[in-house]
Design a protein around this ligand. Structure first.
Ligand code: FAD
Ligand code: NAP
Length: 535
């Protein structure tokens, strides 16, 4: 049995105070953060919402049981049933708080309800399902009499406020220069992950570690030209004062075919084709292929139909930027910015499909080219304010990106805190990103511990959380000493599984029941001691 005394639970707001349990717990965390030696804890989305709305002016209890990126949308909507519109709108979003829309999930929904934001298609991970649900909920909002609309909602504060300052939000990008790319995998790997370098000298942008970089990529010309050919148009056909080729390359998404494209097709065709297009526009799947229909596949499916280029472009979604965790430190290499990008390529039928931004960075852009970019400030993902605080970083695959940045930053600033990195990937021989650099940091003493997990080296899968369980006692000791915990990488499975392992470790080595361990982890989150950057 472990003899270590658990850290005291901080109770600043007495149980008799007129708050719900959730409000009391949040206030305890908030004031504990203010009083801690590390200064105020960063606010989570929920905490931010509580600040915005006060004790729920619309009678909502402020809880968000749907705020779990692993739940399917139907389940999230069920959990939000009967709640105010702003809460149901939040439940429609992908719950990753990834910042791609320029907000977190809570603030994006508040911005729509308060009419500060008119765009309903900004949730990239939520895709068409989220856009459709938001459209339906927005119709409810439009129908609601003004007085009954969510009066409690103050206009939301975007995660990156829409500001005039260039390069600080998706609405005001600047030009950065692409410098170089280098493949991080060695021969034999099943992955294609690139180290990418940008020069920020021309645009003068800076950043802090933990921030992400927004990239406006351009569509592949081969795909653009095939679409122009299917439309029976010419490259030089003019649309909105630009050539059709330029519009299709720079301005619109050619990936999932939007409902509005099927609507357009249904208007200009007839019979069974029209019925099929109409069904697809309503989110039905008459032929079982809806999920595979990008813009080109949609045009091929309705091959006799040739929309007018102007109507066609109008029916498409605007091209969305993609975010990447910054893997360099401005303090270490001012003016330079690095990314660690896994390339998305897959095949549907006979056609190769390309992830837009990852393949743009991996093969289309040339050294010296300009790219439209912005820095997305991290909210609640940062090094501890006290440089002496130990940190534990868990980042398999591209999840290593912000942790490379953390380590380089701590080295550049001479931060004395201990650093422990858990990295994992498929094979030690070919997927150990930045191995020379990490081994060097270990030798120099900056990287106190490096724990590795190779999932495909042995007969059985072995993941970072398996390694964590092996060293659970030491991990608990670091936590008891006040270490901050970070997870970065896959949101769908890895982050949840790692959190489950952490709960088990806290229960076993911190001598707690599972419920107590879950609350312990919850408290760490509230205090800003457990932060995630997952996608
Ligand atoms: C905050 C944040 C940080 C991020 N940091 C990083 C990072 O450091 N490194 C990194 O590599 N990525 C990172 N990402 C992910 C990144 O933003 C992009 O989502 C990713 O690069 C894919 O974008 P893309 O434009 O290349 O692909 P897209 O054009 O967006 O295509 C991806 C889509 O293709 C489909 N798809 C993919 N594979 C298949 C398949 N096998 N079969 C069928 N369909 C498939 C899926 O619908 C998927 O959503 C981050 C995301 C966020 C939100
Ligand atoms: N939006 C996009 O299209 C896009 C683009 C890039 C990345 N991503 C997502 O981002 C994630 C990161 O990709 P990546 O290239 O960095 O690497 P990754 O695919 O996440 O793989 C990194 C390591 O994590 C392992 N892993 C798989 N499941 C795990 C789990 N449940 N718990 C812990 N480890 C697990 C993998 O093992 P095995 O593979 O051997 O199981 C591998 O060793 C991917 O999961 C991917 O879904 C999405």
């Amino acid at each position: 049995m472990n003899q270590m005394t658990p850290p005291p639970k901080i109770e600043i707001i007495p149980a008799s105070a007129p708050f719900s349990e959730a409000q009391r717990s949040w206030l305890n965390g908030f004031f504990a953060g203010l009083l801690s030696s590390d200064g105020p804890a960063p606010l989570s989305a929920e905490q931010g919402a509580a600040v915005l709305h006060g004790p729920s002016g619309d009678g909502d209890d402020g809880e968000a049981p749907w705020h779990d990126q692993t739940l399917p949308i139907a389940e999230r909507m069920k959990l939000a049933d009967g709640r105010p519109l702003r809460r149901r709108m939040m439940a429609a979003m992908a719950q990753q708080d990834c910042g791609q829309c320029g907000y977190n999930c809570n603030d994006y929904s508040d911005a729509i309800v308060s009419k500060a934001e008119a765009r309903l298609n900004l949730c990239v991970p939520g895709g068409k399902e989220t856009a459709r649900m938001l459209k339906a909920l927005n119709e409810e909002l439009e129908k609601a009499p003004a007085a009954s609309a969510d009066a409690s909602v103050t206009p939301a504060v975007p995660a990156a406020p829409i500001t005039a300052e260039p390069g600080r939000s998706r609405d005001n990008p600047v030009a950065a220069t692409f410098v170089s790319r280098r493949l991080l995998n060695k021969p034999g790997s099943e992955k294609e992950t690139w180290h990418i370098d940008f020069d920020l000298g021309g645009c003068g942008l800076d950043y802090v570690v933990g921030d992400s970089f927004g990239i406006f990529a351009r569509n592949e010309l081969g795909l653009v030209d095939e679409i122009i050919a299917i439309l029976g148009a010419s490259h030089t056909t003019e649309v909105n004062g630009k050539t059709l080729r330029a519009v299709l390359t720079d301005d619109v998404s050619l990936a999932p075919a939007p409902d509005s494209l099927f609507e357009l097709i249904s208007f200009i065709t007839g019979g069974a084709q029209r019925e099929k297009a109409r069904a697809l526009a309503q989110g039905e799947d008459p032929d079982g292929d809806a999920a595979t229909l990008d813009v080109m596949a949609a045009l091929q499916k309705f091959s006799g139909v040739r929309p007018h280029p102007e109507a066609f472009v109008e029916a498409l979604e605007p091209l969305q930027p993609r975010l990447y965790s910054i893997s360099s430190s401005h303090n270490a290499t001012p003016g330079n910015l690095s990314l660690t990008v896994d390339c998305v390529r897959y095949v549907v039928g006979k056609r190769k499909r390309l992830g837009l931004a990852s393949t743009f960075l991996a093969e289309r852009i040339k050294p010296g080219d300009s790219v439209k970019v912005y820095v997305q400030k991290a909210h609640g993902f940062a090094l501890p304010q006290d440089p002496k605080t130990p940190i534990i970083m868990i980042g398999p695959g591209t999840g290593i990106a912000p942790f490379r940045a953390f380590l380089l930053d701590r080295k550049a600033t001479g931060a004395p805190g201990k650093n422990w990195l858990f990295f994992g990937h498929q094979r030690s021989s070919c997927d150990f990103f930045y191995s020379d650099e990490l081994n060097g940091l270990k030798t120099s003493g900056l990287l106190t511990r490096l724990s590795l997990a190779w999932s495909r080296d042995g007969d059985k899968k072995f993941y970072v959380q398996d390694r964590m369980r092996e060293v659970g006692r030491e991990l608990w000791t670091w936590l008891a000493e006040g270490a901050h915990l970070y997870i970065c990488g896959d949101a769908k499975r890895m982050a949840k599984d790692v959190e489950r392992a952490l709960v088990d470790i806290v229960a076993q080595f911190g001598a707690r029941t599972t419920d107590e361990a879950v609350s312990f982890i919850g408290e760490l989150k509230k205090k800003g001691r457990f932060q995630q950057d997952v996608y």
